[in-house]
Design a protein around this ligand. Structure first.
Ligand code: PLP
Length: 218
């Protein structure tokens, strides 16, 4: 299957209620345009510099999502256009995003990344830290940033029971918080290897890279 057939197949499989973020990191603009021509408008990158270059070169109706870890000093480069930042892990970072969003007269939607995997290597904050941020007066005072959901990455394993347990944990936190914080609508979980499990566990946004664009070399 070529890229445009893969996009269409994914669309049908996940249904209209789930948002497909096509993760185009390391892939050339020609590959992105193939997906674009199949109707895909949401693309995700994990490096700010690469996303900025692609944004400049490609059609302006593409919505760019930053899915990687964000360094505070680089927020300014994506603030004019980024449409969702998935991996926010501190109030300090939210404040920086707010500051840069304000300079651009916009409000930037963000997700808090919750650490659900056992492995130490994964970024993210605890359930308690997330609640502290959302309940803080400091967050309430930020007018140009809005936390619209949660994101999580499961342990990288073929054991889907472990993955399922981690995704269900995040879904539980999401349901709990959605009751208190009405702006939380997005639950970003699932990648090429585990999106089926993520959907079973209630994900409404999947981030798919290699299953659309092919394996990455780096
Ligand atoms: C690269 C990446 C993905 C996509 O991974 P695939 O396995 O290629 O589907 C999803 N989420 C994040 C945060 C990523 O960095």
């Amino acid at each position: 299957m070529n890229i445009s057939e893969k996009i269409k197949t994914f669309r049908e499989e996940i249904g209209p209620e789930v948002t497909l973020v096509a993760i185009s990191k390391t892939k050339p603009n020609s590959a992105i345009m193939e997906a674009y021509e199949a109707g895909q408008r949401i693309f995700g990158e994990n490096k700010i510099q690469e996303m900025v270059e692609k944004h400049e070169a490609l059609p302006k109706d593409i919505q760019w999502h930053m899915v990687g870890h964000v360094q505070r000093n680089k927020v300014k480069y994506m603030a004019p256009f980024v449409s969702l930042i998935h991996a926010v892990d501190s109030l300090k970072l939210l404040k920086e995003i707010d500051k840069e969003a304000k300079k651009n007269n916009r409000t930037i939607p963000c997700l808090l990344q919750i650490k659900i995997a056992e492995e130490d290597s994964k970024f993210g904050i605890s359930e308690t830290q997330a609640k502290e941020i959302l309940s803080s007066t400091e967050y309430a005072e930020l007018m140009n940033v809005k936390v619209t959901g949660l994101m999580g990455m499961a342990t990288f394993t073929e054991d889907m029971e472990i993955v399922k347990k981690e995704f269900l944990k995040l879904k539980g936190i999401f349901d709990d918080y959605s009751n208190s914080f009405s702006e939380l609508k997005i639950l970003s979980m699932g990648m090429s290897s585990d999106y089926k499990t993520a959907l079973e566990c209630g994900s409404n946004m999947v981030r798919i890279g290699s299953s659309i664009f092919g394996e990455r070399n780096n």
